[in-house]
Write a protein of this length. Structure first.
Length: 274
């Protein structure tokens, strides 16, 4: 269960460098400007969610933090220090589970740890001990084709956790799941986050999910994306799915949706002005 023992971490100043920081970061792909002048920080142990219209640069931002791409301008900081060599310093869970079909659940889970130099036997021992906590007990020797959508996501998250990185970047981890599985996974992630003590920066299209899970929600503008506003979530912890009906969440959800509606209008997406 989550407690208030981490309140001091979550109340750290918004303008500090944080454990993860991006300062005035911009990135273009050819003639397409994906994001421009993005500034955001995430404190140690904090859970921050990013929402924004499709194509606004959310995934690009995570890729830049992870070191998969380099920004055209601005800088990425890790632990308050400009980080030019970032590959492997944070863990990134992509939108799809990306499980290798020829590897068992256990061998998929240890892939990241192996890449970082851990022996397969040692990594498998750690992974096997965590299977029950990840709802995968008895499935370690199964192949991904035998798993449900929720189980595949838990296996992918176990792979991310086993890299032993303090910062986890989650790119719409539950976007492909049905509503009931998604809600169950949200509550599971809340408990696991508190247990592991990791810092999480998560991209989602679901405003309610962002509010239920995170300490702060950052809203990005339409492309070229930048940070439009950062809202601190007013719900107390521990969080549970029933809180979605609380007046505080309903009010904050309406405010964030209003901010997003203006941005969706600019993209020409259905329901917006063209």
């Amino acid at each position: 269960m989550q407690t208030t023992t981490r309140t001091a971490q979550r109340n750290a100043t918004e303008g500090s460098a944080g454990q993860v920081g991006v300062h005035h970061v911009s990135k273009a792909f050819g003639a397409t400007q994906a994001m421009v002048n993005v500034t955001l920080s995430v404190e140690p142990g904090e859970f921050v969610a990013i929402v924004g219209p499709s194509g606004c640069g959310k995934s690009t931002l995570l890729s830049a933090i992870a070191g998969l791409i380099e920004p055209d301008s601005g800088e990425v900081l890790l632990d308050g220090v400009p980080a030019t060599n970032r590959l492997g310093r944070v863990a990134l869970m992509p939108q799809r589970d990306a499980l290798l079909p020829w590897r068992t659940v256990l061998d998929n889970a240890v892939l990241g740890a192996e890449i970082h130099g851990e022996t397969r036997d040692a990594a498998r021992q750690r992974a096997r001990a965590l299977l029950p906590r990840f709802g995968l007990e008895g499935f370690g020797e199964h192949y991904p084709s035998a798993l449900s959508g929720g189980m595949r996501q838990r296996a992918a998250f176990l792979r991310t956790v086993l890299t032993d990185r303090d910062v986890l970047l989650l790119d719409e981890p539950f976007g492909a799941l049905d509503a009931l599985t998604r809600r169950s996974m949200q509550e599971w992630l809340l408990d696991l986050w508190d247990e592991l003590g990791r810092t999480i920066l998560m991209v989602t299209h679901d405003v309610e999910e962002a509010l239920l899970l995170s300490d702060r929600v950052a809203v990005m503008t339409a492309r070229p994306g930048t940070i439009k506003l950062v809202e601190r979530v007013q719900l107390p912890r521990p969080r549970r799915a029933e809180m979605a009906a609380e007046p505080t969440l309903v009010r904050q959800k309406a405010e964030l949706l209003a901010a997003l509606k203006d941005e969706v209008s600019l993209t020409g997406e259905p329901g917006g002005r063209r």
